[in-house]
Design a protein around this ligand. Structure first.
Ligand code: AMP
Ligand code: MG
Length: 669
């Protein structure tokens, strides 16, 4: 068996500046490749990065990417440094964003090994776990001693985990380690991407097999409708659990360098931007008027110097004695002047007959030094923080203008996710397509254009997968294309218990996906389904996906689709496009409701139009009418969703007109 591929990532500001300061990285390499581990492990990647969240994530992301063989480039990644308590110690937080399954036991091991040496080890914050692509990451301390103790402990036991992660049974390793055989039940994926269960001998415990998909709960469509479940096998989870599942499976974005121009609008900065200049860079005037030497220029009569009447005169030439210099707002002051008299404080005395230019002007006032002058660096000083990482380059233009003002030509921003959309349902027609004569009642596909409009208004690039009929193969093919071309696929319809509901079977049984939840306690939107599809299920020789694709299978009813889009999909997209954590969810405001709203046992989201009131100091919320989930018209004019609590959590049966409530803003006021 070839040795396991190991990556060593040194995280240290100091070592990053001076690589000779990295003592730990080389010691770890010597340990891993020397006796007695060298036969089993080889260090194939090593790098040094600063204590910087995006840099750590980006290196680990590259190491975790799948190779042609469908295995992560690095199987075991050891990071050293950045696990303590100083403000720059961010390694655990960065690593955690990539981990989809925590290896709690390994974390205990790391702590207990170190605690045997010193109680100070309790101040370490180790993390261990597996990425979506199956790379095992373990964080060890930065000191050579601590790092070596920890790494030795790990190397003794991880071969078993690495074997399982790479698709082996773990039997060979168990045997080599002198452990009893055990029985596991897992899944293998054949060349068509179809998951099969396979059995091994049963023992006292079972593994969650690395990248294998979990047991599908969806129906096996080939068995016919009579064999379908009569009760959904997916538990109903709470809204909070749904948010947790979604956000923990939504990856942080990669970073890219972009040209600074209007195409940056809606992007989020991935770096702090500092000014490289003093601005203004020279003394300039705030007003239209006459530049003067303040001390010697009293009120009185002066000949005017201007580019017209002295064409050869330039700013750096000495001023003509006892002259004043005509100047317009924003222009630099000429040499020898230090203040500006406003044109309003002057009178014309004599004009040139031919050129019509001013010849002599009377100053009505004397001004002090710096009057009406912008001094260099008074707008921004060189080195000032202009825009913070995490700032959104908004449609108002202010952030773009600021970047350009300080002369930034390129800037690092978060890459934006691409989103594919799909409608499902035998009954659906495309609005603009000709229908046959006897096609039954018409239901136009309104979900896809509505979602497209909403996504584009948030600046996302949309890939249109069209409409598919309710059969497993068409649904699978469309999903597969979506996964290949986009980071997220949003579908509507086909998520309930009907015979044509193909989403969950296609995701689980055909694409080895994991359904994280299939039902949520909410109204509307109960059958909302959230899943991830691993890269290997859709990668081809020409398309190598690095990350899992997120799939939101939203209910078909238009109101349900749009409510769940705003509640679940947008927060995920906001995280994936670099919004800071406190802003993943859409903003909530307190509003006064204008009509009674009945409470349901499920938390409900009532479509309303929120607007300022001329009579009272509150925003008021007017219901958009009947809230049946199929009533598309309840969406027109809705710019907010009132969050109605479950009737089980509140003594009252309703929220009465005049009461205050929380509203999630889904549109502009
Ligand atoms: P489903 O979730 O597939 O059971 O669909 C629930 C209801 O929503 C059915 O009445 C569908 O006809 C309707 N529906 C599903 N998809 C769409 C769509 N894209 N546009 C409009 N209505 C839809
Ligand atoms: Mg349907």
């Amino acid at each position: 068996m070839p040795p396991y591929r190991v990556g060593i990532l040194t995280v240290s500001d100091t070592a990053c500046k001076d690589t000779s300061a990295d003592k730990t990285g080389p010691s770890l390499k010597a340990l891993i490749e020397g006796e007695p581990y060298g036969a089993d492990f080889k260090v194939t990647q090593s790098a040094i990065v600063p204590d910087d969240h995006p840099e750590i994530i980006s290196t680990l992301g590259t190491w975790s990417a799948l190779t042609e063989e469908g295995q992560p480039l690095v199987q075991l990644c050891i990071t050293t440094g950045g696990t303590g308590f100083s403000p720059r110690d961010r390694t655990p937080e960065a690593v955690r964003t990539l981990i989809v399954r925590e290896a709690t036991g390994l974390q205990h091991l790391l702590l207990s090994v170190s605690l045997q040496k010193t109680p100070m080890a309790a101040l370490a914050r180790p993390v261990a776990g597996v990425t979506a692509d199956g790379m095992l990451i373990v964080t060890v301390p930065g000191s050579p001693k601590g790092a070596i103790e920890n790494t030795e402990a790990i190397l003794k036991i991880v071969p078993h985990a690495l074997d399982l992660l790479s698709g082996g049974s773990g039997k060979a390793v168990h045997k080599a380690m002198g452990m009893p055989e055990r029985q596991t039940e897992g899944h293998a994926v054949d060349k068509h991407g179809i998951t099969h269960r396979h059995h091994q001998h049963h023992g006292h415990h079972s593994h969650d097999h690395g990248h294998h998909a979990p047991t599908p709960r969806s129906m096996d469509v080939s068995k016919g409708v009579a064999a379908r479940h009569r009760k959904s096998p997916y538990p109903i989870i709470s809204l909070q659990e749904a948010f947790d599942q979604i956000l923990s499976n939504s990856p942080l974005p990669e970073i890219e360098e972009r040209r600074v121009d209007a195409s940056l609008t809606v992007c989020i900065l991935a770096e702090d931007v500092f000014s490289e200049l003093d601005l203004p860079s020279t003394r300039t005037t705030n007003v239209d008027g006459y530049a003067v030497a303040s001390k010697s220029t009293l009120a009185g009569f002066y000949p005017v110097l201007s580019s017209k009447n002295y064409p050869g005169h330039i700013l750096t030439d000495p001023m003509l004695e006892a002259h004043i210099y005509r100047i317009n707002t924003g222009a630099p002051l000429p040499l020898g002047t230090d203040a500006v008299v406003m044109v309003e404080d002057t009178e014309l005395v004599e004009a040139d007959e031919v050129t019509k230019d001013e010849k002599v002007v009377k100053l009505l006032v004397q001004v002090p030094p710096n009057e009406n002058v912008r001094v260099p660096g008074t707008d921004v000083k060189k080195g000032d923080l202009v825009l913070e990482s995490g700032t959104r380059i908004s449609e108002s233009g202010g952030e773009l203008g600021s970047l350009i003002f300080v002369g930034r030509k390129k800037v690092r921003v978060y890459k934006r996710p691409r989103v594919a959309i799909l409608s499902t349902g035998n009954e659906l027609s495309e609005l603009h397509e000709q229908r046959g004569g006897d096609d039954g009642p018409v239901i136009y596909d309104s979900n896809r254009p509505s979602l497209q409009a909403a996504l584009q208004s948030h600046g996302f690039q949309v890939i249109d997968l069209g409409i598919v009929t309710d059969d497993e193969l068409s649904t699978t093919a469309a999903l597969r294309r979506g996964c290949q071309e986009a980071d997220m696929v949003i579908t509507t319809g086909g998520t309930s218990m009907g015979e044509g509901d193909m989403l969950k079977p296609a995701i689980e049984r055909r694409l080895s996906g994991t359904v994280h939840f299939g039902r949520v306690a909410m109204k509307p939107g109960k059958p909302t389904t959230f899943a991830t599809i691993p890269p290997r299920a859709v990668s081809t020789t020409s398309i190598a996906k690095k990350r899992s694709t997120l799939v939101f299978a939203l209910p078909g009813n238009p109101a349900s689709a749009l409510v769940t889009f705003h509640l679940f999909v947008l927060p995920s997209l906001r995280k994936m496009s670099g919004f800071p954590e406190p802003r993943y969810h859409l903003p909530k405001v307190r509003v006064k409701v204008l009509s009674d709203m009945k409470l349901d046992p499920r938390p409900e989201f009532h479509r309303v139009c929120v607007e300022p009131s001329s009579d009272e100091p509150y925003l008021v919320a007017r219901s958009t009418g009947g809230q049946r989930s199929s009533r598309t018209l309840s969406l027109a004019n809705a710019n907010a969703l009132i969050c109605l609590p479950s009737s089980k959590d509140k003594d009252a049966k309703d929220v009465k007109a005049g009461e205050m409530a929380d509203a999630i803003l889904i549109g502009s006021l």
